[in-house]
Design a protein around this ligand. Structure first.
Ligand code: T3D
Length: 274
């Protein structure tokens, strides 16, 4: 399937979604939202079918990245010019409900790891779409900006949820109020992202991690992702109970049998993802 505003490819178990409006720093207009939605709906369908049928060809990892010098600069403000004084108001809540919310919820819900490959500036919604990915790797020249306060908005796409949890209230409020650039290196030091790598190494690092994850026990990773994200709303005891239930389920998978057999035979496991 080819799209006007994104690239979407699947190869060797790895799906790659590339925001592709480089002249607008990959900001989101409605057409790009629709492309992203279509691609992710297709991906979720194929993952559901793979789970039902045991089909081996479904993607086992998703990479999200941007074309050109930016990752994503959030909402295309060209589509918001009409909200200037005197113009008809655009319902931003509607835009979030229709597009941004389903997008970030899908990234969190996908039963495969999502790698954010942050190739350049991630601003506004773009910064928080990056944080909605499971493993975030940024090029040294990339940076994050909670640009919202500059235009009279608050961090969305989960920003007010991610930031305090990842870096604490003091840094969350500083980032949101001041809308200053946070370098990739500082973001990694603060624990906002997994790691910062040299620009020239972003592609190879991301590909290496994607290849490893595409050969990992996918169902175990899916339950790990779910358990970690769900921990925000559970007590310690509830969480241990959840781990018990998921472990019971994982103990019945082909990948667990393969992992134990490979250990006993002192060889590398070949996980099928089932
Ligand atoms: O509205 C709703 O639906 C509600 C949801 C809102 C979510 C949001 O994301 S609100 C926040 C929107 N985003 C921003 O406020 C960021 C705006 N952009 C910037 O602040 C800067 O562009 C950057 C800090 C990201 C990068 O700066 P710089 O100096 O590297 O690049 P630049 O020159 O500003 O941008 C390059 C071009 O991309 C430029 O166009 P030109 O002059 O070459 O024709 C610029 O206008 C365009 N561009 C960058 N970001 C956006 C954009 N055009 C439209 N919308 C953008 N967000």
């Amino acid at each position: 399937m080819s799209y006007q505003n994104i690239l979407f490819e699947v190869a060797a178990g790895v799906a790659r979604l590339t925001f592709n409006r480089p002249d607008r720093l990959n900001s989101f207009n409605t057409a790009m939202h629709l492309d992203v939605r279509d691609a992710l709906e297709g991906l979720e369908r194929s993952l559901g079918e793979a789970q039902d049928t045991g089909q081996p060809s479904a993607p086992r990892v998703l990479i999200v990245t941007g074309a050109g010098r930016g990752f994503c600069s959030g909402q295309d403000l060209g589509e918001r010019v009409l909200t200037a004084p005197g113009g008809p108001a655009v319902d931003l809540g509607d835009s979030i409900e229709r597009y941004y919310k389903p997008f970030v919820l899908t990234l969190r819900r996908l039963p495969i790891p999502v790698i954010g490959a942050i190739n350049g500036v991630a601003a506004g919604a773009g910064a928080n779409i990056a944080l909605a990915c499971d493993v975030v790797i940024a090029a040294r020249s990339a940076y994050f900006v909670q640009a919202f306060a500059k235009i009279g908005l608050l961090p969305d796409c989960g920003g007010t949820w991610f930031l305090p949890r990842l870096v604490g209230n003091a840094r969350a409020l500083g980032l949101a109020f001041l809308a200053e650039k946070l370098s990739a290196e500082q973001a990694a030091e603060w624990g906002l992202i997994w790691k910062c790598v040299e620009d020239a190494e972003l592609g190879s690092t991301v590909n290496e991690i994607a290849t490893r994850l595409a050969g990992a026990p996918t169902r175990a990773l899916a339950r790990t992702k779910q358990a970690i994200y769900e921990s925000a709303t559970r007590t310690f005891e509830e969480q241990v109970d959840l781990e018990r239930d998921y472990q019971r389920e994982l103990g019945r998978t082909a990948d667990f049998a393969e992992g134990v057999a490979a250990f006993a035979e002192k060889r590398t496991p070949r996980f099928s993802g089932h």
